[in-house]
Design a protein around this ligand. Sequence first.
Ligand code: GDP
Ligand code: ZN
Length: 466
Amino acid sequence: MINQDSIVALATPSGAGAIAIIRISGSEAITIGNSVFKSIKNKDLTRQKTHTLHLGHIIDGSKTLDEVLVSVFKGPNSYTGENTIEISCHGSTYIQQQIIQLLLRRGCRMADAGEFTLRAFLNGKLDLSQAEAVADLISSDNEASHQIAMQQMRGGFSNEIAKLREELLNFASLIELELDFAEEDVEFADRTQFHELLNRIEFVLKRLIDSFAVGNVIKNGIPVAIVGEPNVGKSTLLNALLNEERAIVSDIAGTTRDTIEDELVIGGIGFRFIDTAGIRETKDVVESIGIKKTFEKIEQAQVVIFLFDGFRFQVSGSDYIVEIEKVKNKYPLKPILVVINKVDLLNANEIENINQKLETLNLKLLKISAKENIGVEELKNQLLSFVNTGALRNNETIVTNTRHYDSLLKALDEIQKVKFGLETNLSSDLIALDIREALYQFGLITGQVSNDELLGNIFANFCIGK
Ligand code: GDP
Ligand code: ZN
């Protein structure tokens, strides 16, 4: 069996709370726990059934440290697959530290980052992509990324990969068998069936690879650039969207010279708003740096909002339209929203005037007042409509992890080589090589193939206690 020493860590966030949970895992976990615990019913923890809860006190010699509840989990029926106990104590940092120090003196050692989950993986309780999903789950701060992580943790995507790997492995062994009978020119592997399997694998790989684009934006937030001249109300709009006074609002033109980013969850989807300096012509050096940055931000953004001051739009509307068209031509596929702000200052005639000016653009047009909170809700709905969340709604598997994405790309490359080899009657030994490489990439995703360096990288990203 693998490393079975008993590790201890705080499982709840560090700092004071109402309660804290200290977790111990390892073959001696229950024995060590029992040595510091006095049950109110005089129970011996080592003789209790798995998944039971016991009230009592943590005792250090003659000192009582805390009244606690202890949960007992016996391996293999625990998160890590090992004997585990969880001590729910009162949340003061003093009590937490006293109990952990006592446990260290009784033979536990401090757990490394992610070590509980590492052990779960090593004991076959989770595969690698599920373990990584645990880390994603802990850090997900919006509904969409939470949903993806949950699905991945339940094994949605690695099950699919493991099944395909299994089928491919069967063919691989048949082809390798053919190599042993090389002189006799036999074919154990049915070429038509094999081709059909390769097509199926290719289809799945392509779908997963495509999903990465969606997964990545959902995990990191969808970048939205807000482009507009100084003083059109970018900061006010951000504040209205964020519903709090985060960005700086001021009356001096050019205040927002640098770019500010703010995150907001709308309809369960994370958006990253990037407040930019606008793209008007200028001789000011600082401002022209800002304009260059604006273009960079437009490039990176998934959606662009052009924000105008309705009052000024009546005067300079045609110049603005030229700017919008510049961006529209440069990025023809990027969704652009034209938003006229400060409509609270305009009368019906003036609004009609603006409508006419913008008619030719054929872009989605919204009229709002960021200050008076008019049309802001509609703007939010518009943003949501731009997001391709179809995959999410259909509960399809979405790849969010760069490491998986990388292996999927390489696996696809190998599968296509195998297909090409079959079509061009390449000799079986060369085909077998490509199959082996594809199998290796699949195995990297699920952890059926792993090495210490890979494991080290993955689990180092966890926090201690997970
Ligand atoms: P930014 O430079 O584009 O970020 O513009 P700010 O958000 O700092 O706003 C500039 C000024 O316009 C501030 O005095 C805001 O109060 C004002 N303002 C912003 N939105 C509106 C609006 O919808 N109506 C009115 N009347 N004033 C607004
Ligand atoms: Zn601003």
